[in-house]
Design a protein. Sequence first.
Length: 107
Amino acid sequence: MKRSRPITYDTVRRMALTLPNVEESTSYGTPALKVRGKLFVRWRNEEDPDTIVLKMPFEQREELMAEDAETYFITDHYRNYPWILVRLSKVHPDAYASCCRSGIAPR
């Protein structure tokens, strides 16, 4: 099933800002979103504008990468941290919304 509009960081931002306590910020010089001051998603960088970095429990991260490695992945840098990289051009809006909620769930 093909979706009509691709997800962009602006889509991510608009979706996240509908959730409680989400605020716009920056992280490592890139646009980011935080919940009560804690980072949960950021745009990766200008060299990779199609990718976001999303807070994600390790167990769920592994499941997502196993199910859809073209959309969800990590680099060596993120291996030991509870974050996942998400290719926006590949992710379905419903799947992103679910991931977004997981990223801000209380720990």
